[in-house]
Ligand binder design. Structure first.
Ligand SMILES: Cc1cc2nc3c(=O)[nH]c(=O)nc-3n(C[C@H](O)[C@H](O)[C@H](O)COP(=O)(O)OP(=O)(O)OC[C@H]3O[C@@H](n4cnc5c(N)ncnc54)[C@H](O)[C@@H]3O)c2cc1C
Length: 470
């Protein structure tokens, strides 16, 4: 017993030393992630990668095989920080079907031509070369939680000591539309990629017509994102197609879900006469061929719109959680509606299946489904896994932060930010007390919409992506 205690103590010391040393080593690297070009502005494209930055991982005394599923905002961050904090004995395999990641963040700007999709691509090269993450290009088809192995599309069986799932969301058939409608005539473009390019193409082809978009009931990914999209599309249409253009927003929620004051002003003043916002709609039906949209308004009156372009954002659920899906097969989608994975927010370990952690949009943990939040959940989870491997308990008081910028026009933006802390009574993360506001108060929104915010948005984005992928 005594020698066990000594081993534990020395492991704890090693983990702490490794964390402190590598944390310090991280600072100069991150300082180079966002860079200024000759006019002093933050570059819109990418973080700068230093060719000679590399880390010699500490030998912390920990040995484990961790498999991470999904190389998006959550999975990429987790893989990197597990190697940094866990040290050389913690082998991390990242399973991801795509050769590179396309950021959803900023992808609304592709619709107006302010950015191209190619500026939103991130490779897994740094994770592999600098941090020694093994990147496996395949998708998970099943989980054998009894034998502790994941099954891959290429027939491989990957054993794990702990498994972390970060597979993001999939989109449900809704409003009379199917996956082939989304992939063809009626793109949701709520996953950046070919559908974003298709929606941009349809928008560019519009005359002075009507663009209809729909917003599903919360929770959905990126609470301010749909309202941001309405602003960007409205700004584009009135600038290039004339003031008679219309953007009709059909929201299944009772009200605007984030930055309510900002978007109320944006719709009613900045884009007055172009954006028509309707809350509390039900019974949406979309004909993908005629583009006729019918629905019941907030008081139940049937309405019909002849749209030129229709952009449904359908309800989503954790990827693999449909009946017969790989995540459902392991019993991980244990929210009341079967769409999300409920986790303990101190470790992100599933409350249904021990030894399996779920982070990012697929998790149900009370935090908003957002990329910055996914990055934070990944760090809390990585820290908890390292502590658990060392025989410790997860940090009992984790803190997370989130920031988000929303373009309102082609040159102005707003922002929203929050610090979250653990509420031990209700066992959930809540907005921290701040500036006289009590625990659980609302996030802080920018007082103004400005060009300075728009420029700061690039710094925030480049730094976040650098922290996750570089
Ligand atoms: C238009 C738009 C704008 C947004 N703007 C912002 C913003 O300004 N700020 C912000 O914080 N957030 C924003 N978001 C939200 C943000 O993009 C998501 O919250 C974030 O990407 C979630 O990260 P994730 O890792 O959970 O999922 P993702 O980033 O979607 O990554 C999931 C990964 O899992 C992989 N995967 C799926 N299935 C499997 C499988 N079977 N096997 C292996 N891998 C698999 C996928 O290929 C993917 O790479 C925006 C979203 C959209 C759509």
């Amino acid at each position: 017993m005594k020698s066990d205690n000594n081993t534990l103590k020395s492991r704890r010391r090693l983990v702490l030393l490794a964390t402190a040393a590598l944390g310090a080593g991280l600072v100069p690297s991150l300082g180079r992630l966002a860079f200024a070009d000759s006019d002093g502005d933050d570059d819109d494209n990418h973080y700068e990668e230093s060719a000679n930055t590399s880390f010699t991982l500490a030998n912390t005394g920990l040995n484990a095989k961790i498999v991470v599923v999904g190389g998006g905002m959550a999975g990429a961050t987790l893989a990197k920080y597990l190697r940094l904090w866990g040290g050389s004995g913690v082998a991390v395999t990242l399973v991801e079907p795509n050769a590179s990641y396309t950021s959803n963040i900023m992808s609304n700007l592709v619709l107006s031509g302010s950015r191209s999709l190619s500026t939103l691509g991130y490779s897994y090269g740094s994770l592999a070369a600098k941090f020694g993450v093994t990147v496996k290009q395949a998708f998970v088809t099943g989980i054998d939680s009894t034998a502790k192995a994941v099954l891959l599309s290429d027939g491989t069986r990957l054993p794990y000591d702990r498994l972390v799932l970060a597979p993001g969301v999939e989109f449900m058939n809704a409003y009379g539309l199917t996956q082939s409608d989304y992939a063809g005539t009626t793109p949701h473009a709520w996953q950046a990629g070919p559908q974003t390019a298709e929606l941009a193409r349809q928008l560019a082809g519009m005359s002075n017509g009507t663009f209809v978009m729909t917003i599903p009931k919360a929770p959905y990914r990126c609470p301010p994102g749909p309202y941001e999209r309405a602003c960007i599309v409205a700004d584009y249409l009135k600038t290039y197609r004339g003031a008679a253009s219309k953007v009709i927003v059909l929201d299944e929620n009772a009200s605007i879900q984030a930055e309510r004051e900002t978007f109320t002003t944006a719709f009613g003043v900045t884009h007055a006469g172009v954006v028509q916002y309707e809350a509390g709609v039900t019974g949406i039906a979309i004909d993908p061929v005629t583009k006729v949209v019918s629905y019941l308004d907030a008081v139940g009156t049937p309405r019909t719109i002849n749209a030129q372009v229709v952009n449904p954002i359908p309800p989503h659920r954790a990827t693999g959680s449909s009946a017969g899906g790989w995540l459902a097969g392991a019993g991980l989608n244990n929210s009341a509606d079967g769409r999300w994975c409920v986790v303990d927010v101190l470790s992100y370990e599933s409350t249904a299946v021990p030894g399996i952690h779920v982070i990012g949009d697929a998790a149900s943990c009370g935090l908003p489904k957002a990329g910055h939040v996914a990055n934070q959940e990944a760090k809390i989870c990585a820290d908890a896994i390292v502590r658990l491997l060392a025989g410790q308990q997860p940090d009992p008081a984790p803190v997370a932060n989130s920031a988000c910028y929303s373009p309102i026009t082609a040159s102005t933006a707003s922002w929203l930010t929050a610090v979250y802390q653990y509420d031990a009574v209700n066992r959930k993360m809540v907005v921290a007390a701040n500036g006289g506001n009590p625990l659980g108060a609302a996030p802080t929104a920018s007082a103004t919409v400005s060009n300075k915010n728009y420029r700061n948005m690039s710094t925030w984005f480049n730094t976040l992506m650098g922290d996750s992928f570089a």
